[in-house]
Write a protein that binds this ligand. Sequence first.
Ligand SMILES: Cc1cc2nc3c(=O)[nH]c(=O)nc-3n(C[C@H](O)[C@H](O)[C@H](O)COP(=O)(O)OP(=O)(O)OC[C@H]3O[C@@H](n4cnc5c(N)ncnc54)[C@H](O)[C@@H]3O)c2cc1C
Ligand code: FES
Length: 1363
Amino acid sequence: MEEETETVENRNNLVFAVNGERFEVSAIHPSTTLLEFLRSRTPFKSVKLGCGEGMSNCFVYGYQSGKLTSNGFLHFFFPKCWIMSEGLGNTKDGLHPIHQRFSGFHASQCGFCTPGMCISLFAALVNADKTNRPQPFPGFSKLTVSEAENAITGNLCRCTGYRPIVDVCKSFASDVDIEDLGFNSFWKKGETKEIKLSRLPLYKNNDQTCTFPEFLKRETRSTVILDHGRFCWHTPVSVKNLQSILESSKADNGTSMKLVVGNTGMGYFKELGDYDKYIDIRYIPELSRIKRDKTGIEIGAAVTISKVIEALKEGNGGEHPTQGAVVFKKIADHMEKVATRFIRNSASIGGNLVMAQRKQFPSDITTILLVVGTVVEIMNGLRCEKLRLEEFLERPPLDSNSVLLSVKIPQCSPSIDISSRFNGKLLFETYRAASRPSGNALAYLNAAFMVEVSPCRSSDKLMINHCKLAFGACGKRQVIRAWKSEEFLTGKLLTNEVLYEVVKLLRGTIAPDDDITDPGYRLSLAVGFLFKFFSSLTETADISNGWFGWGKNSLMPKDSNGKQTYGQFDDGKHLTFLMSGHQVLKSSKEYDPVGQPITKLEASIQASGEAVYVDDIPSPVNCLYGAFIYSTKPLARIKDITFRTKSLPDGVFALISSKDIPEGGANIGAGAFSYTEPLFADGLAECFGHRVALVVADTQKHANEAAEHAVIDYHTENLELPILSVEEAVMKSSFFEVLPFFQPRQVGDLSKGMAEADHKIISAEIRLGSQYYFYMETQTALAVPDEDNCIVVCSSTQSPQFVQTTIARCLGVPEHNVRVITRRVGGGFGGKALKSIPVAVACAVAAHKLRRPVRIYVNRKTDMIMAGGRHPMKITYSVGFRSDGKITALKLDILIDAGMAAIISPILMPHNIINALKKYNWGALSFDIKVCKTNLPGRSTMRAPGELQGSYIAEAVIEHVASTLSIEVDSVRKINLHTFDSLKIFYEGSAGEFQEYTLPCIWDKLAMSSSFSERTEMIKEFNRCNIWQKRGISRVPIVHEVKKFNKPGKVSILSDGSVVVEVGGIEIGQGLWTKVKQMAAYGLSLIQCDAIENHLLDKVRVVQADTLSMIQGGITGGSTASESCCEAIRLCCNILVERLLPLKEKLLKEVGAVNWDTLIRQAYAQSTNLSASSYYVPEINSKAYLNYGAAVSEVELDLLTGAVTILQADIIYDCGKSLNPAVDLGQVEGAFVQGIGFFMLEEYITNSDGLVVPEGTWKYKIPTVDTIPRQFNVELLNSGNHQKCVLSSKASGEPPLLLAASVHCATRVAIKEARKQLRSWSSSFEGLDSTFDLPVPATMPVVKQLCGLENVETYLKWKIGRS
Ligand SMILES: Cc1cc2nc3c(=O)[nH]c(=O)nc-3n(C[C@H](O)[C@H](O)[C@H](O)COP(=O)(O)OP(=O)(O)OC[C@H]3O[C@@H](n4cnc5c(N)ncnc54)[C@H](O)[C@@H]3O)c2cc1C
Ligand code: FES
């Protein structure tokens, strides 16, 4: 410690700036992260907690370092400054053009991700503008389009589908073609480029936002040697310092200690508890420097991955880079796919290697550095030693006293003796396969190959002089060297025979661990990578012509034109993400401003981070925090709950369980309709994730830690085995009753239909899994006790009314004692309809008992475990059809897994499944649906609940029929589309009028606009010419019934003419408030004052839902809440107009003209009642109506990895007379992308013990910007008048999600091609069925499995046989 004081100025305070404001902190726990500090100790809330794992979007821009950062500890050595979105601009000081463009491009929905997106873009702009590229045109930055697309690759958004966000980013790029930018509110169609440019909010690329504050310039480099009770933080500034700290810790037996750099490892390992000592090694010069000489690059272990990338790329320019420089460039390229940019900005190379060495972290960096012969230097005590990376990895896990000092990446060059004899050349390539192509997902497998080859003089083949083949991320062994394969290859001429042999050897070497998922797939990836690397070398005959010319950035061979060749491969490296998108929408002036694409109400305050979500409400004085303790058994009795720690964990105040329900109250956690479920398991836990208790502590962190430390004493004596599948539920007759009223209607006579069939498929099976909501804001609530036994609860919920009634029942108080307030929800997707209720109720119970405010912000892991999600199901069907594909009868047996709680499964699911499935004319339709009760988490509504599955089941049946008949599936779809007559039979009561049935017109229109037939032909040609890529295209229709619900509304006009509006619906990102505001402006404009229309819109404010002010709000869901709320508001406006009209007429007569403000002043003077309420109850025969749409999707498969790229999606969706086309467009795109998640990516599974497997973002992958369609075209069809609809508008929230089935269907087409090819290679695959089950989601392993895990070997054998 003494030594430190010699070299470092110690001080007791940390001084830094946030958004230009000075902060000085004297006492803070060493483990406090920047995020925690910003959210709890500053007024700024734009950084949000999304996952706590570094995978989502919650970060700030460090403007001294020029970096984005998130997870790191608060401690630092230099005075620091950070900027968050509200620091860029805000409503008081003026918004930043980034915020304005987010709003104008309609790029924010729930807005929870938006500040993070803004900061990501800002960082990209600042970095681009720092370059010495030519000055861009005024208003633009130096950013390029491709950098703009990359700016948000690490960010997650669950609402928008990313397309408009990418447009915002591109709008700043100097090389953007403005015509490529999507729909926005800045310009109108047909305006000139110049006008368009002039309308964009001006960006000044000499932005002064990041000026280092004067007050920080006076601060010296300093650090806190922090003394927080028993915890302390050290910042050594030399290796000597470090050694002495380590020595003193060693002497101090029992002191726990941790070296830290970026602390990003915490996102993966989620360590519990604190260390006594944290040693921050970032400021030790020896560990932070990069030395370069002709032997290679030596990198200090604390250097960030971003800096390593920069260093590796440095000096790589020029026409003829050295082989070593090209190797460095390739390593850098691979590292750019490690994590995300903001993680790479803080994460160190040393931290990565240590995580791999110590805890088998599936690192990419170890694999790629290993093959290039990297050497590391380790220090233990005073001893330092240098080791080859390989040796380092093989050693026992590094102890906590050892330090990795540096990493030396040697300059690679061919060995001299070999090159002199054979003119040898190095070939180097790295690979990774992951669910997201550009990073932010751990690899299923990574690989790096370094091979030295030379031409053989006696043949046209290549000789392998030596090689290193390494594979990583496949289990406990961090990196596997394929020694046997290497030995075998050395000295061999490269032929298909040799390749075949080496592949066989490789299969014996890379045996992924048993406990790893998809071992067969990972093995096939290893083979695929190896094949990809070598096959272009075996297949190129002319080795003299350009074989060893060095590409600018490649060590792979070149073709005869001097171009780098990947042979038949295309690993997507050259492709940008979203190439373009077209949006076709018509606005209508009929009900102006209803029908106008006005920007979303709070988009700009969402962007600036000023929008307040529940967790942004400052904690009241004495606030406590809760975390759920849940069962980790599917079925067990709960005897007791204790803690793993000897004493009560830090900060714990109370443990709330069913015993704490007050007298007169009931243990109810969720109640809606006739259903209730307990708040806490009362002695018996019925699923993994069942709430057992709530631990309440002084901070959210302490509460979460205590919950993790909880130990539940279970016993299972005399209990039956849990029911963990629908089959077991059937065996035990464990069902929830579906009342006859909720039973869907069968159609026609099944036996007659079957008798009419030429062919039958009997008892085919489909299984569909679950999906997690992945709202960016997890479940959260704040309960504050009020006087006289009252309570105020702020809840992020889609159903405040049910929160209120459930709290009242639980506490045993009248409902008027409970005020529930919901301003906005950071994403709901149905997950906050009912699952939000117990969170708010638990807060209320704890607050009631402790007489203190209590809040809960459920962490991502707990949320994922308790959420339940979409209903999985098993479907067995029999179908009869004629030879032309016309289906005559369909019989279904559906087993729905509702989990342990009914919630609304029996009410909703059977009806919704069948309704969406009826989109085709099945002739006769019969079904048996069982809602199974299992010991799995209770499922709930998720966007398009049941409809998504029903619509997909229909497609699966159609596809099965088409492949049985070997006819084009599109023609089977077409022949089975409804006529208006059959539509009326299937959708009795909701089919509407003949002219409203727009599906046939959409079907044909889409064929034209997407060039469906031409592209189908082109795809055939593509598939004929390409071996390792196959394409597929598919067109899918939807018919989706929605029902309008009762909704209350209230409009009040204040004395200055401003208007306040309340509705029973909740703004969850779907634009409900915006539409309501438009409707209020329209409704009141009917009074027809002078020049009223335009300014009325600005006068309207929609305010938060408050259950004591607006009763009977019900649930916001089912796609129709916006229109029902609008109708309620229209009714209110009618009342007000009626009241005001006599006065207006009178004034008109008296003074000749009346403006709005005068009218209202006079109305106040005359004591007119200027507040009107209404309760919209749709008439029974106009409650339900049908929505139509269709989509064409085209995909490309990589047969070596199973990766699916969505090349294009075209959607036409009938929105009627859209209330707001911009909002509806956002709903269509966002829903479609969420559907892509369900069909292609998201695996929300439970294991055989009933435990939820994905507990966070590491395993659960929602779509990112690199997984959406590259070309994304959407047309909103304005289909004219619809009497049953509100001002002829139609819903958009859920139906478009169903259209994403087109991506899955297109994938099936492409897989079919792959299987056809496989059959052509080997007779052993002759029986390979062209009818196959393509599971949902069709993840990479699933696709690869269906394309043949051994397709490479089969191909090679075929090739060899032909030569
Ligand atoms: C969201 C996310 C995605 C990721 N994706 C990938 C990926 O795709 N591929 C991949 O390879 N990696 C990935 N990573 C891992 C990332 O590269 C590592 O988290 C990072 O490199 C660790 O660096 P750090 O400085 O934050 O280490 P820290 O978290 O500070 O430290 C990690 C561990 O190493 C120890 N340590 C650190 N430095 C030293 C040293 N010099 N000597 C001894 N011990 C030391 C620490 O005590 C700690 O135990 C991902 C990480 C995140 C958070
Ligand atoms: S707007 Fe992106 S998560 Fe909601």
